[in-house]
Design a protein around this ligand. Structure first.
Ligand SMILES: *[C@@H]1O[C@H](CO)[C@@H](O)[C@H](O)[C@H]1NC(C)=O
Length: 316
């Protein structure tokens, strides 16, 4: 299980999908030769820092995983976790939808439902229906002025009594050899933690609604999907559902797919509604706050359908 502190992480994740991005310029120095304990894989991984403000010495840490098949033709996906201040690498990549998850005995286990591989072929026996997205997991934690960057942050005092102090992700990402393999540095902090305390958010900002950003994206013609685990006790789906329907009303989108169940195999995988063929809402049945962790298979089906611009599967 993920540590208790994970439950504070907002489930709303922005996935930016951009097709035809040229990534041939991925820096060789950022290439990961191998992560300690990882199984053998055929795709490449990169990680390092992207400078965003030279004068302030601010940088973003990123972890980039190529698609398993034909990466050059695949869309680029940017994953950002919420929190505030929670690590997209630690939570998203190693806890939710990345290719590996730390297991016992210092090994990384392959995630069968990783978003950089297409499993439709295996699950539904549909040959040729790969999705294989690039999965970029970018840590949004900006460093303060005197810190280059910090994907690796201070272990909070509260976490040290936390029942899940032995959490595998925290343990794994605090290993020196793992940090070296990831080209990650501890700058001004002694430990990495899942959620940063050094960001010093103005907590009043948490009250500012951001739903209008989704409205702007829709107005630009960008497809938007808002999803909720229906077992999410942190951000219950009742809230996300009314947010989306209110937004649709506000920007004048009519329902184009009436509220209905969607399926993964013969199981109801959740419910969905589509507005104006551009704004979609979906629940994932049996998923909690971090949907890809608790319902990896359903989450992948949802993600693939969204990337392909296809309706969510109905019963056959
Ligand atoms: C939405 O439905 C209403 C009522 O049927 C109709 O008047 C309006 O033109 C529709 N809007 C769009 C954008 O299709």
């Amino acid at each position: 299980m993920l540590p208790h502190s994970f439950t504070m992480i907002a489930t709303i994740v922005i996935i930016v999908v951009q097709t035809f991005v040229v990534v041939s310029s991925a820096p060789e120095a950022d290439k990961i030769s191998t992560l300690p304990g990882q199984p053998q894989v055929t795709f490449q991984q990169y990680s390092g820092y992207i400078t965003v403000d030279e004068s302030q010495q601010r940088a973003l840490f990123y972890y980039f995983v190529e698609a398993e098949q034909d990466p050059a033709s695949k869309p680029l996906v940017l994953w950002l976790n919420g929190g505030p201040g929670c690590s997209s690498v630690g939570v998203g990549a190693f806890g939710e939808q990345g290719p590996f998850q730390p297991g016992d005995y210092n090994v990384l286990l392959k995630n069968d439902y990783s978003w950089n591989k297409g499993v439709y072929k295996q699950v539904f026996n549909e040959v040729g229906r790969y999705i294989d997205a690039y999965d970029v997991t970018l840590d949004v934690c900006l460093s303060s002025a005197n810190q280059q960057a910090y994907v690796l942050n201070q272990l909070q005092e509260t976490e040290k009594i936390d029942v899940c102090v032995g959490d595998k992700i925290i343990t794994y990402l605090n290993r020196k050899d793992v940090q070296e393999a990831l080209h990650a540095e501890l700058v001004g902090v002694s430990k990495w933690s899942t959620c940063s305390t050094v960001l010093r958010y103005d907590y009043q900002n948490l009250e500012i609604p951001t739903i209008s950003i989704l409205g702007s994206l829709v107005k630009y013609g960008i497809r938007v999907l808002v999803y909720s685990g229906d077992q999410d006790s942190v951000i219950p789906l009742i809230g996300s559902r009314s947010l989306v329907s209110d937004l649709a009303k506000e920007i004048g989108l009519n329902t184009t797919v009436a509220y209905r169940a969607w399926f993964e195999g013969e199981q109801v995988a959740g419910w969905t509604q589509v507005y104006g063929d551009i704004l979609s809402y979906a629940t994932i049945r049996g998923a909690s706050h971090e949907a890809p962790f608790t319902q990896p298979q359903r989450s992948l089906v949802l993600f693939e359908a969204f990337l392909e611009g296809k309706p969510l599967p109905n019963i056959e």
